[in-house]
Design a protein around this ligand. Structure first.
Ligand code: FMN
Length: 193
């Protein structure tokens, strides 16, 4: 029997019709279909994290909730919109809060030793690929193992049908393969614990 892998699915956009949200949730659903994977969608709109400031005293409850979710995950699938060649402030703010952590947690408990897979989408042809360079650098700095495979979906505004499924089977496979590789590596690492 294979161990259940718990995957957090996070997208760096607050937009209702976010193509990165659609991409992240689509891949998450497909991973769940393969079995042995539990998906936890991390909706930053619902969490409504404050902007980080070192002057905030105590940990806001929304942040605590966010950190609890991440600490409980084995892997993190991230779909990152590209803003001006980098990640969004929304995603960076969430990562910064999580890096601070809660009192009593191990340092970098949200990230260290966990596995990540990266996706992006934009309306343009390159699909936000450049922003992933920065996301990879940040998550690596936080001691995540970011799998080498990644996928940037160009033309994301017209890539999904009304049910949120990707219309192009080849592109869908490339996106899902990132998630499968992340799960494979995560499972292999867990087996050596
Ligand atoms: C401030 C700003 C900067 C942007 N910069 C880029 C960019 O560098 N590359 C790109 O492909 N798209 C860029 N876009 C377009 C986004 O890819 C597009 O808004 C996309 O819908 C964002 O993802 P979402 O649908 O998940 O929110 C930018 C959009 C905004 C608002």
């Amino acid at each position: 029997m294979t161990d259940q892998i718990r995957v957090g699915v996070l997208w760096g956009s607050l937009r209702k019709d976010s193509m990165n949200g659609k991409l992240a949730k689509f891949v998450g659903r497909k991973l769940q279909d393969f079995g042995g994977v539990e998906i936890i969608e991390i909706d930053l709109v619902a969490l409504d994290l404050p902007m980080f400031s070192g002057d905030i005293e105590g940990m806001p409850s929304e942040v605590s909730e966010f950190i609890s979710i991440l600490v409980g995950c084995d892997a993190l699938l991230v779909a990152s919109p590209e803003y001006n060649g980098s990640l969004t402030g929304v995603l960076k703010n969430a990562i910064d809060w999580a890096s601070v952590g809660r009192d009593g947690d191990e340092p970098l408990a949200c990230f260290k030793g966990k596995v990540s897979g990266l996706l992006s989408s934009s309306p343009g042809a390159i699909g936000g690929l450049q922003g992933l360079v920065h996301v990879r650098q940040i998550l690596t700095r936080l001691q995540m193992l970011v799998v080498p495979d990644q996928y940037a979906l160009g033309g994301g505004h017209e890539a999904f049908d009304d049910a949120g499924d990707m219309k192009d089977a080849k592109k869908a496979k490339m996106a899902v393969d990132v998630g499968r590789e992340m799960v494979r590596v995560c499972r292999a690492l867990k087996a050596t614990d």
